[in-house]
Design a protein around this ligand. Sequence first.
Ligand SMILES: Cc1cc2nc3c(=O)[nH]c(=O)nc-3n(C[C@H](O)[C@H](O)[C@H](O)COP(=O)(O)O)c2cc1C
Length: 445
Amino acid sequence: MSKNRIPFGLMLHGPGGHMNAWKHPAGPADASVNFQFLLEQTLKAEAAGIAAFAFVADGLYINEQSIPHFLNRFEPIALLSALAATTSTIGLVGTLSTSYSDPFTVARQFGSIDLISNGRAGWNAVTSPLEGSARNYGRVQHPDHALRYEIAGEHIEIVKGLWDSWDDDAFLRDRNTGRFADFAKLHRLNFKGKFHSAEGPLNIQRSPQGQTVLFQAGGSVAGIDLAGLHADAVFAASGSIEENRVLTQKLKQSAVAHGRGADALKVFPGIGVIVGSTEEEAERKYQEIAGLVNINEALAYLGRYFDHHDFSQYELDAPFPELGTIGRENFQSGTDKIKARAKELGQSLRDVALEQTTPRSEFHGTPQHIADRIEAWVDSGAADGFVLGFPVSAAGWADFEEHVLPVLEQRGRHVREQVGTTLRDHLGLPFRESRYALPAEKAAG
Ligand SMILES: Cc1cc2nc3c(=O)[nH]c(=O)nc-3n(C[C@H](O)[C@H](O)[C@H](O)COP(=O)(O)O)c2cc1C
């Protein structure tokens, strides 16, 4: 990857990042389960050299208060499998929970997608914030925030271990000698943990990129520690440039504290971009999108971050309510931020709910303004790249491609040709060597 190129990912979230994007006429109302639409978005991103990846988020619990996109959407592994077979160069990143999955199965699933796609797979490991997930998996109790991260650490350790079950050249398939595999190049993990155990070996070879790229999403202290230990990339919630600079610094410090290089961990804030030919046009588009939501819907949207807390019980125009620890066991990094911001700015509940559904962003404005902000974030160490999450997918992506990418191209920050063939190539990450190929002192992690 050339030094100046900025990698982007494209959020595949059906009609868009705004909760009521499905109402916007720019795209199909059933975009969340419209494979043709999702494929077209991905192919356009691929053709424009949005080299890094298409990104699929996920959740494991819904109710009547969930946003429309969450009510009816594709399971990420199934969607990525279909995209792996119908795309050729774009990276494919999908979310899968460490709290509600088995490491052996996860290692096989991503190992398979990685092979089907010739080394373009990424796993976004999340811990699942919602208590109701437990009831969908027959569990008595949803693990608390700290326990979820403990489970995640062990889970990921096993998956990574299983991915090294076979050396890169273990499968001989030699018809002359009749040797299919060299069993000297097979490694049993024999992992016995507190939450999961796996003997191994895994029944699939290593990936063309060594190992599937590991993304992590979760910005609490525990999340940052997990990312520093294991992740190749972080999908970060974006705030201001300053907030993200601090977060990026903490993440890189965490990688260094775990004996890795700061550059081994790439940070990708998710940004909601709105492009206008003038600032006024961008503002008009913002207002149009903000107008898609009413206050009751906004309260339900806000409530989900707090494990579907019922905000309709509070006075709308009074100061944001004191919530104590509500939300801390769920989206901890997100709910802490919402509470602190409300206090700092003296926001009412109405302000907070409306702001959450249609946040203002530094990335709203003219193509030049957006390109300036993108460059400023990367050059000041607030990001290594971005996940583009347009409030309305169809309109947002078309505007970005037509107006912002050419500006970035002119400035040498975007190149339409893909870099290399694997997702690691696209992100500037080296091939991940097997732990068994490394000198003994480096073999851990
Ligand atoms: C930017 C970002 C994206 C996330 N995406 C998902 C997701 O797609 N699915 C999911 O179940 N959880 C997702 N999470 C939730 C985390 O996995 C985690 O459960 C929650 O944020 C609490 O961890 P934290 O306090 O470390 O942020 C996301 C969190 C962040 C910050």
